[in-house]
Ligand binder design. Structure first.
Ligand SMILES: O=C(CO)COP(=O)(O)O
Length: 218
């Protein structure tokens, strides 16, 4: 199925409310960078629940970004809870997977990604997006080659379809040093359903050019 392209921006929690006001009435969606695993009402000081994110106008939420896995020790059990909390609140998770440089060099990247994808079993029947972000390509300027991206994206699609019964229209984004000058080549791959852009999204002109490469008018 052909899915309409869409732009979403994912500011830090503290700025979501302001961003929601600015984006009201536009065709740019709001996303959060993380969500609490606690989905019941209760006292969890400092946590931001999925219900709060939905309330402030988020449509998407990133879950399992490599920085969360690396610096905040987020494991599969926790990520499964976050995914469930997100869909229970009506949010669409953007679930991030990807291998480190050592894992790629050891030729272990498919095994690592398959293990990361296993938690998606918790989401049967719900909409979600997968983002492939090789850790070695995030913020480093080292973009994966189109061959590397295509191989992993096809692997992700097959794994998700076979193991988790996701619909054929599952969207897989690529992230990691996407810039205005490489967006065309990456986004023209059949297996790539969009981009998860970090550094280049902070410059309005370069972000605009990436949106153009994705054939999106905002
Ligand atoms: O982690 C990323 C987006 O979540 C990618 O960041 P860069 O585009 O800066 O490499």
């Amino acid at each position: 199925a052909v899915q309409a392209a869409q732009v979403a921006v994912a500011p830090p929690f503290a700025y979501l409310g302001q961003a929601a006001t600015v984006l009201a009435g536009s065709n740019i969606a709001l996303a959060a960078q993380d969500v609490s695993a606690f989905d019941k009402d209760g006292a969890y000081t400092g946590e931001v629940s999925a219900a709060m994110l939905a309330d402030v106008g988020c449509r998407y939420v990133l879950i399992g970004h490599s920085e969360r896995r690396q610096y905040f020790a987020e494991d599969h059990a926790l990520l499964a809870r976050k995914l469930q909390a997100a869909v229970a609140a009506g949010l669409i998770p953007v679930y991030c997977v990807g291998e480190t440089l050592a894992e790629r060099e050891a030729d272990a990247y498919k095994a690592v990604i398959a293990e990361q994808l296993a938690v998606l079993g918790a989401l049967a029947g719900h909409d979600y997006v997968v983002a492939y972000e090789p850790v070695w390509a995030i913020g480093t300027g080292k973009v994966a080659s189109v061959e590397q991206i295509d191989e992993v994206h096809q692997f992700i699609r097959e794994t998700v379809l076979q193991c988790h019964g996701a619909s054929d229209s599952i969207r897989v984004l690529y992230g990691g040093s996407v810039k205005a000058d490489n967006a065309d080549a990456i986004l023209s791959l059949q297996s790539v359903g969009g981009a998860l852009v970090g550094g280049a999204s902070l410059d309005v002109e370069s972000f605009g050019r990436i949106c153009q490469a994705a054939k999106i008018t905002v």
